[in-house]
Design a protein around this ligand. Structure first.
Ligand code: DOR
Ligand code: ZN
Length: 335
């Protein structure tokens, strides 16, 4: 008989957008219910790029998850930083996130020319501060990640002691880089393990599956899934859950972002079960991240039951991936 119950210990989401204000208060508890911690992205307006903003934002996040065993791992938005700035913030962050200028939501203040942050990267390497990267160029949309890969290789080679996380990888070429450079790691989202561009735009346009980087070809999805199912030791789960209000998704000029936080774990359990890999899920959603990032999240056990459930149509004004669809697994308990 197939398994009816399954548990995960202290699952982690190593790439989340929590936003601020009312949106933060709505979405953060949904992550904190099941996840034991997560990496909170800094692409706000204005970006999180100084100590005062970082402290205030961390306080706001902690208030929003109050009552849950959830550790937020804060990040800084990349700009040229001085040594004393980095020293003052080092202990409060898990890394610095580099957005190339203009490639995604709220990245207008991103890095236009990498030479502008050379010195900062050297400081980060010396100070043991991790670099996290939205790795896309401004080429043709399907080629943006592959066009960026030489930049990863160049950074990994020139800064061999800098830990570099390729965020939300979407191509098999990016997956292949993990084994080529010791200091390269990656996060991968739920949607990029499940969908291709066909699901986004092959039939009627589905704005709720539109994100950056855009979902790619079947062979890319399959390569990423293979890596996740084997719980590749340099790959971790990062949902890139990115809530936008429904009027910013169902409109002309749809914002990029897929909202998966409340359903990601249940769907991962189903996906790993379908591929006979449930025994690898603990490593993919927690153990790998604990080892790679050196974090010790709060103890939390999440029990899943195979009793069937339906994904809610909406959470307030945010529509999740696959809203209204049936799920095999539901969260029975998180403690
Ligand atoms: O689809 C995305 N949404 N990709 C990103 O890189 C940013 C995110 C957001 O903040 O909405
Ligand atoms: Zn993101």
């Amino acid at each position: 008989m197939s398994k009816r119950s399954f548990s995960l210990h202290s699952p982690l989401d190593m790439h989340i957008h929590f936003r601020e204000g009312a949106m933060l208060r709505r979405v953060a508890p949904l992550s904190a219910e099941t996840f034991a911690g997560g990496v909170i992205m800094p692409n706000l307006v204005p970006p999180v790029d100084n100590l005062d903003r970082l402290e205030r934002y961390e306080r706001e996040v902690r208030e929003a998850v109050d009552g849950h065993a959830f550790e937020p791992y804060m990040t800084l938005f990349m700009r040229p930083y001085t040594e004393s700035e980095l020293a003052s913030m080092k202990d409060r962050i898990i890394g610095v996130k580099l957005y190339p200028e203009g490639v995604t939501t709220h990245s207008d203040g991103g890095v236009g020319d990498l030479r502008d942050v050379e010195r900062t990267l050297a400081l980060m390497q010396d100070m043991d501060i991790r670099l996290m990267v939205h790795g896309e160029s401004t080429d043709f949309v399907m080629d943006r990640e592959s066009a960026f890969l030489p930049v990863y290789e160049d950074l990994a080679t020139r800064f061999p002691r800098l830990a570099i996380v390729m965020e939300h990888i979407t191509t098999r070429e990016a997956a292949a880089l993990l084994d080529r450079h010791e200091n390269l790691y990656a996060t991968v989202t739920l949607q990029h393990l499940m969908i291709t561009l066909d699901d986004v735009a092959g039939g009627l346009l589905n704005p709720h599956l539109f994100c950056k980087p855009i979902a790619k070809r079947p062979e890319d999805r399959d390569a990423l899934l293979a890596l996740a199912l084997e719980a590749h030791p340099k790959l971790v789960f990062g949902s890139d859950s990115a809530p936008h209000p429904v009027d910013k998704k169902e409109c002309a000029g749809c914002a990029a972002g897929v909202f998966t936080a409340p359903i990601a774990l249940q769907m991962l359990v189903g996906l790993f079960e379908e591929h006979g890999a449930l025994d690898r899920l603990q490593a993919f959603v927690s153990n790998n991240a604990k080892r790679i990032y050196g974090v010790a999240p709060p103890e939390k056990t999440v029990v899943f039951e195979k009793t069937g459930a339906v994904i809610p149509e909406r959470y307030g004004d945010v529509i999740p991936m696959y809203s209204g669809r049936e799920l095999d697994w539901k969260v029975a308990e998180a403690r």
